[in-house]
Design a protein around this ligand. Structure first.
Ligand SMILES: NC(=O)c1ccc[n+]([C@@H]2O[C@H](COP(=O)([O-])OP(=O)(O)OC[C@H]3O[C@@H](n4cnc5c(N)ncnc54)[C@H](O)[C@@H]3O)[C@@H](O)[C@H]2O)c1
Length: 375
């Protein structure tokens, strides 16, 4: 289909070529999951699409038009019985993730689960227990980590360019009227602390490591009230890490966006030696060079074919391909992949601490929640 598969200088040029160890992926939930199916067929070598499942015939027909040769079904159990499915990738509404993960584990399948991994304490316990019992592996599809500027920012951090981290500041803001229209469950069956804040909280944990305590406040926007959201849709969070570094996260899902001034997702890292910022979805990575020059790496035009679908701005193709490839390669090589089941459950506990802190009006310790959940 003529997609380019790399950004010059960031990964080697390689055509989509499957090999005898390439793993088969069956995707459950074909709205956001359809993006993964297409990404697998155009961008991945270590994983390939083999099956798609959705309750909706319309969703199946839409995927079939683009990828007619795959196996499609409305019945999850039928997909789980297939021997060519090595990995199940789950893109159903948040509250159903745990049930679908446990079923996949019990069928002997590895799992990719989109964010948020789960949205309740009982579900967190359930999937951790099932993962340990079955020995199957899981990767949380935290797409932001796998977007180009965030990969570059991480590489620089791991090289030591930032020095010691002192403050991490992340946000995800997005006006969600269109999402309530498309997916009514977003207002009634989850909380934005999971659905939305899973992006910035995962980023805080990725850099700060163990977070000891959070202090949070929450409120509901005019849009949230109009749509009858069950929880708040505006959150601000302060986080205290074991290392002494501080974190701050913010989410607003009823705001009027000002995208040039503030991208949907941004991550600022303030270190002892330098500062950097990654942005979604303008695809910019900015950092301070050793001589004090502010450097802006803008990969939007180079990367739009891979990360989007050749539109100037689009959704998630590259990130989904990057994490699917990362997970499949780790299974083939028997190496670690991140964020793992345990990391995902830890991130859930931080989000749960944020939820409790915002309701109770006091700081909440994370460690007791980790213990209670079995970590
Ligand atoms: N950045 C990201 O990674 C990102 C972006 C958007 C959404 N998400 C996550 O992806 C998930 C799905 O979001 P969406 O926007 O695609 O939701 P959606 O409501 O548009 O689609 C969910 C699909 O799941 C199907 N489904 C539900 N139960 C099923 C079952 N038992 N068997 C088969 N199919 C079933 C529905 O028919 C529907 O097509 C959510 O958890 C959301 O938080 C992640």
């Amino acid at each position: 289909m003529g997609f380019i598969r790399h950004i010059p200088g960031t990964r080697p040029i390689e055509p989509v070529r499957h090999h005898d160890k390439t793993l088969g992926v069956g995707v459950l939930g074909l709205h956001e999951g359809r993006t993964l199916l297409l990404s697998l067929s155009t961008r991945c070598s270590d994983a390939r699409p083999v099956a798609g499942c959705d309750l909706s015939h319309e969703k199946i027909e839409a995927s079939k038009q683009e990828l007619p040769d795959l196996f499609y079904t409305t019945d999850y159990d039928t997909m789980l019985k297939r021997r060519d499915v090595d990995i199940v990738a789950i893109y159903t509404p948040d509250a159903q993730h745990a049930e679908h993960i446990v079923k996949a584990f019990e069928a002997g399948k590895h799992v990719i689960c989109t964010k948020p991994l789960v949205n309740s304490f009982d579900d967190a316990r359930l999937i951790l227990e099932a993962g340990r019992r079955t020995g199957c592996r899981l990767l949380v599809g935290q797409s932001t980590r796998f977007f180009e500027p965030f990969r570059r920012q991480r590489a620089a951090y791991e090289r030591g360019d930032l020095g010691t981290l002192e403050l991490v500041d992340a946000h995800y803001i997005h006006r969600m009227d269109w999402y309530y229209d498309k997916s009514p469950w977003a207002a009634k069956c989850t909380d934005w602390v999971f659905l939305g804040l899973s992006h910035p909280i995962d980023l805080l944990r990725w850099y700060l490591g163990s977070i000891e305590r959070v202090s949070a406040m929450a409120s509901t926007s005019a849009l949230g009230r109009e749509r009858g959201v069950v929880g708040p849709d505006i959150y601000i969070v302060n986080a205290f890490s074991q290392s002494g570094a501080l974190g701050r996260a913010m989410g607003h899902y009823g705001c009027h966006e000002l995208p040039r001034a503030r991208n949907c997702i941004e991550l600022m890292l303030y270190g002892s030696d330098s500062t950097s910022q990654a942005q979604y979805h303008d695809m910019r990575y900015s950092h301070l060079a050793k001589d004090g020059t502010e450097v802006v790496e803008d990969s939007l035009y180079a990367g739009r074919h891979y990360y989007f679908n050749s539109e100037v701005h689009g959704m998630h193709y590259g990130e989904f391909a990057n994490y699917a490839e990362h997970f499949a390669r780790s299974i083939i090589d028997n190496t670690d992949a991140s964020p793992s089941l345990e990391e995902g459950v830890e991130t859930f506990c931080i989000m749960e601490a944020v939820r409790r802190s915002s309701r109770e009006g006091v700081p909440v310790e994370v460690r007791p929640l980790l213990k209670q959940v079995g970590l």
